[in-house]
Write a protein that binds this ligand. Sequence first.
Ligand code: CMC
Length: 388
Amino acid sequence: PSLFVYDPAYMQTASCKSEITYLDGGAGILRYRGYPIEQLAEKSTFLEVAYLLLHGELPTTAELEQWRHDVTHHTYIHENMRKRFVDGFHYDAHPMGLFVSAIAALGTFYDGAKDIDDEASRRKQILRLIAKTPTIAAMSYRFSQGLPFNYPENELSYPANFLNMMWKVGNDYQVDPILERAMDILFILHADHEQNCGTTAMRVVGSSHADPYSSAAAAASALYGPLHGGANEAVVRMLSEIGSVENVPAFIDSVKNGEGRLMGFGHRVYKNYDPRATIIKKTAYDVFEVTGKNPLLDIALALEEVALKDSYFVDRKLYPNVDFYSGLIYQAMGFPVEMFTVLFAIPRTAGWLAHWQELLNDKDQKISRPRQWYTGPDERDYVEIGNR
Ligand code: CMC
């Protein structure tokens, strides 16, 4: 067609301008609002990073305190969400399916959810979503296990509150500070990643001026797909199937023969070591100090060592990505594989909302409406049913 550029999956198309996240896949660089991911993972907290993504600047002490206070005081969800909505799901509902539905349903509980032109209302909805996603995530897990729900405890930090809602049994339960920090780092690393499938879904749905809950539910639905949020689950399954370090060379040969992929390796944008993978690998050792080593770690290390020296992977620029080690940490912390995508969705909500806000403030942005290259039949006359 002469009028349009044919670009399946928009691989060559910049769909928007954005000031939020910088990604250089060739050099392995990731920055939020200009700050290197390595520095944020070492020095910051998820809540501070969420503020940064949404506001463009790091908060002052007073701004951070106010932000923490505001988020913390929106962590509860309406009792009807739990008693009527969640209890209506089938007993073995997948936690991510429940999470997606609950995010969409949440919007119906708030007057003003649709009032997206009002700055104050918009800020309120953003706070609610960031505050309530850990509550909904923990609730999805507890429901799937038939366990009673733990309410938020607002004196705890954002990650500790989530872990407490997940695992608390009895009044003596205390979140381990090393696991709390590891959870926070994982949240930081997953908070944004420019125009991936989920964020694009957020922008496409948001461009119709749908409310942020419906838009975030669309983004979460995209993340639910195995090609997007499901890779770390696939890594754990792959490592379990390999079974032992001795089987690694044979497995690598089978990948090279086209019998399957080395999950957690390769990336559409990164043609170098994914900077998040480096940080996650280090965090894994901290977590294993507390939980004991995940027995699959040795297999992962052996796979990485062999692949990084093998010309098949070197020539194709296939390096470990964010998912290669994250599943091992989650598993060691006790999360079932079904929760892995939910763990991704909690922090990514901050990124989705930052993009949603940027979209609404962008004067160039119109409702998303790509064109197509029509490949169907030319005009033809309707055929009566008896003549077909
Ligand atoms: N194992 C073996 N070979 C691979 C792999 C892999 N993991 N990834 C790519 N290749 C090969 C592929 O077969 C092709 O070879 P050839 O040129 O001989 O046909 C070449 O490398 C290019 O692959 P591609 O499929 O054209 O690359 P892509 O950019 O479309 O795919 C990917 C990117 C992430 C889908 C792919 O690398 C993959 O399937 N990786 C495994 C799944 C995975 O770990 N996904 C998580 C991605 S990170 C998530 C996030 O950032 O949010």
